[in-house]
Design a protein around this ligand. Structure first.
Ligand code: GLA
Length: 388
């Protein structure tokens, strides 16, 4: 079991037994992609793939951390009194940023600690390994030092770490999906108001298959910030005439009638995705609630098409997975999930057809791309917790 493995890793690296073990999940997004920073809706869920942390106290002010998933980096180390971003720490900046953020808000651990991480969430796969490690670190601190910080505040802290410490202008979806995760439920979040609603994911005899392109990427070096800035430029042009605060305030018709204000092919495409995707997300949630899975699946496909042609964040790997999935027996919908540019796609597949699905899609992928894709059946799980 991974919760035992992480204890062994701790013992090996730090030479003593771990005190406590914690877990945080990754996430998939059913639909509502690149809508969070446009004031729209997202519809993600936490998954059982995630990251474990083994914790042990120290009697000095140091923090030492080791990740079994990134062993080349070795043990990273810093002092609780010196929490600046340090490029050489690599992945270590995500937990370090979270510690810095929590201290900034007035909650300072009164001693240092060691942390060993191990998980089955592929890194750079678009399943939010960075948000998972941020909220996992937050969970450790909040529990061990009894800070009693509200989960929603930790979620917001995670976004601040990405925006101000790491330098990715991401929205709040990933941290929210992980922090507020609920077994067998997706959460519809209105990012504009931060109101949210849990929706049971009832797919009958179908399961969600996660398809990993094995194309790793980091948001910091992707076109993520560029897309966000294109949406902001489109919004600024619309605001010359329209009293709106975000793209997601527009209906499809309102958007169409006002594209003359944008009058730029690229910016129209980016903004059109944001507006239509937000509406699709609401329709998809209604379809899921009604049990109209055929409509739900078609909306998922439409999301991918829009992310491909209008938002241009899919790429050959994700397109191959989604397009091949659409052609398989027993599939009601498939799309990329997360930021894009590599990472993962999801498909909703008849439980009895999963093996055939993996085989067929896997073969086409390998033939087209030149290396293998990985497939996992997603289980929808709870948010961060201590493993007792
Ligand atoms: C990344 C970001 C999220 C969101 C998605 C795209 O996962 O961290 O905030 O913008 O991309 O929907």
């Amino acid at each position: 079991m991974l919760s035992d493995d992480v204890k062994t890793v701790f013992q090996d690296k730090f030479g003593s037994a771990a005190d406590r073990v914690f877990f945080a999940p990754g996430r998939i997004n059913l639909i509502g992609e690149h809508t969070d920073y446009n004031g729209g809706h997202v519809f993600p869920c936490a998954i059982s793939l995630g990251i474990y942390a083994a914790y042990g106290p120290r009697n000095d002010n140091k923090v030492r951390m080791y990740s079994q998933n990134i062993p080349d980096q070795g043990i990273v180390e810093f002092d609780l009194d010196n929490l600046d971003y340090d490029k050489s720490l690599g992945w270590g900046n995500f937990p370090k940023g979270m510690i810095a953020q929590i201290i900034k808000e007035g909650h300072k651990p009164n001693h240092g600690f060691d942390l060993a991480f191990d998980g089955n969430l592929p890194d750079g796969a678009g399943l939010s390994s960075s948000a998972a490690i941020e909220l996992l670190t937050a969970e450790v601190l909040n529990d061990v030092f009894e800070f009693n910080i509200d989960e929603l505040d930790l979620v917001k802290d995670g976004q601040k770490v990405e925006n101000n410490f790491i330098g990715v202008n991401s929205g709040i979806m990933d941290q929210f999906a992980i922090g507020m995760g609920h077994k067998n439920k997706a959460v519809l979040l209105d990012v504009n108001t931060m109101k949210y609603e849990y929706v049971p994911v009832e797919l009958g005899n179908r399961v969600i298959v996660i398809m990993f392109t094995n194309k790793h990427r980091e948001l910091a070096d992707s076109k993520y910030n560029e897309r966000r800035s294109e949406c902001e430029q489109a919004l600024a042009k619309l605001q010359t005439k329209l009293p709106i605060k975000s793209l997601a305030q527009l209906s499809e018709t309102e958007f169409d009638e006002n594209t003359y204000l944008i009058n730029d092919e690229t910016l129209i495409k980016r903004a059109r995705h944001a507006v239509f995707e937000n509406q699709r997300t609401l329709q998809a949630k209604d379809a899921l609630v009604k049990g109209d899975l055929a409509t739900f699946g078609r909306l998922i496909n439409a999301s991918h098409v829009s992310l491909h042609y209008d938002y241009e964040v899919t790429g050959k790997e994700l397109d191959t997975l989604a397009e091949t999935a659409w052609k398989q027996d027993g599939v009601i919908g498939a799309r990329m999930t997360g930021a894009g540019f590599g990472g993962c796609a999801i498909a909703i597949v008849d439980r009895n057809k999963v093996n055939e699905f993996k085989k067929n899609v896997g073969e086409v992928y390998e033939k087209t791309i030149g290396y293998k894709a990985d497939f996992f059946v997603a289980e929808i799980s709870d948010g961060p917790k201590e493993i007792k």
